[in-house]
Design a protein around this ligand. Structure first.
Ligand code: HEM
Length: 429
């Protein structure tokens, strides 16, 4: 349980991936600790993870730490439950339909082109920081309706300040990381208020969400839209950036896999911008993308919930009011579900293999039904990652200098230690 009140919060915040994995290896799939005064139970493995995701057992209402609710907004979808959550989530899911996703592809490809073409001069460079800008530009295009032709460095800098302070000790003073994060968040809110008011959002999620209507005519109010869009940046940026970074690591460290992906893309993709159906026609790229989300640490846990009543699982008692969370990383590294879990296998998570997995096994973006607290961005990521693999291998050759690719840094989506060192040239053959 750690020290009084704080418990093991510092170890958890310092490196939530190692913390939850080592505790699961030590205690098994259901174990408890204390985080900032709250007894908190972690659930790892398919059975325990699904137990936590069952809305009969845990509610997300008042689950997450106050400092996180304060930064994002206490009325944002991860902190809601019941009817309010269902209505809000249904409207947000309209931004991730096949129809909506198809409209985002041209702008996403334009952003890939803008960055990778500039890197493709054969010079050795670390692209980690620029990948973070690339991830931000995709989020900015999708959620503020900004142009894919240019980077908004000023707003990206505010966003980086907000992210940095989110997982810092929650002391709101002008000179603390958390205090600076709150100020940056306020500037981002003004930026989003302006974007929502003036941008029609054509070809972006902003446009789709503005037009979204529920079966009873429900729609997102301007305030709800601004609140959710800010959360979307937060939810999307770290994952997007990390996902593309690890795709480059796989292409660099496994030239055999890169060759397979290139021949698949040559067979299935056009020279220009691919249609969504053509991206769906890349099963190998899909399997590699899934294995990247399983094998590399991006999201350590779900958001935190509260036990709705006294519960029991595998003989363990959980008291009503205790906090709980799904241990995502520990579940993805579960050796019972995934043989030799630390090995990267490009054919491990093909379509049939994924279908054969138990509920609650492959949960990089949470689990359960879409209208629950499962990540709505899953559908977008399942397009962006195979698209990047097909698009990149068709156009560029990648040489991979020796480097340390150990995941480094706290929070969401730690990046490879040496910053993703690449030597990219336009495709020779
Ligand atoms: C690789 C990229 C991503 C990863 C690994 C990821 C992971 C997650 C995880 C673990 C959760 C928590 C699930 C829970 O608490 O049960 C979540 C929730 C969420 N994510 Fe993502 N995410 C990613 C990308 C995105 C993107 C691109 C968007 C938006 C466009 C997004 C929007 C959200 C939202 C709105 C929620 C809250 C859902 C709710 O509580 O109902 N995520 N994500």
């Amino acid at each position: 349980m750690g020290v009084p009140f704080l418990g093991e919060a510092l170890a958890f915040l310092k490196d939530p991936f190692t913390f939850t994995l080592t505790r699961t290896r030590k205690h098994g799939n259901v174990w408890k600790t204390r985080i900032l005064g709250d007894t908190t139970v972690f659930f790892a493995g398919p059975k325990a993870f699904s137990f936590f995701m069952n809305p009969e057992n845990f509610t997300r209402q008042a689950g997450s730490p106050k400092f996180l609710q304060e930064i994002l907004h206490h009325d944002a979808v991860p902190f809601l439950d019941g009817d309010r959550h269902r209505t809000r989530k249904r409207l947000l899911l309209s931004a991730f339909t096949e129809e909506a996703l198809a409209t985002y592809v041209p702008n996403i490809v334009r952003i890939f082109e803008r960055f990778v073409t500039r890197w493709a001069d054969g010079k050795e460079r670390a692209v980690g920081d620029e990948l973070s800008q690339l991830g931000f530009d995709i989020a900015d295009m999708l959620f503020a309706g900004s142009s894919p032709e240019a980077s908004n460095a000023e707003v990206a800098a505010d966003f980086a300040t907000m992210i940095k302070g989110t997982f810092a000790p929650p002391v709101n003073m002008p000179f603390t990381a958390y205090g600076k994060a709150i100020k940056a968040r306020d500037r981002l809110r003004m930026y989003l208020k302006g974007s929502v008011a003036k941008n029609d959002g054509k070809g972006s999620a902003l446009g789709v969400l503005k037009a979204a209507r529920g079966p009873g005519g429900e729609q997102l109010s301007t305030t709800e839209l601004e609140v959710e869009l800010l959360h979307f940046y937060f939810a999307a940026h770290g994952g997007l950036t990390a996902a593309i970074a690890w795709l480059l690591v796989v292409l660099g460290e496994h030239p055999d896999i890169a060759a397979k992906l290139r021949s698949e893309a040559d067979a299935k993709l056009p020279d220009g911008v691919p249609a969504l159906a053509q991206i769906r026609g890349l099963p190998q790229a899909r399997a590699v993308s899934r294995e990247v989300l399983r094998a590399y640490p991006i999201a350590p846990t779900t958001f935190i919930g509260v036990a709705k009543r006294d519960l029991e699982i595998d003989g363990y008692g959980i008291r009503a009011g205790w906090k709980g969370a799904g241990a995502i990383w520990a579940t993805l590294q579960d050796g019972t579900t995934f043989k030799d879990p630390t090995a990267f296998r490009d054919d491990r998570l093909g379509d049939d293999a994924v279908k054969a997995l138990p509920e609650g096994a492959f949960v990089p973006q949470g689990g359960g039904p879409p209208e629950g607290h499962r990540c709505p961005g899953e559908a977008l990521i399942q397009v962006v990652m195979p698209l990047f693999l097909g698009w990149f291998t068709r156009r560029f050759d990648l040489a991979w200098p020796a480097q340390d690719t150990t995941p480094a840094g706290a929070g969401l989506g730690p990046l490879p230690k040496d910053g993703v060192r690449v030597m990219i040239t336009p495709r020779a053959t």
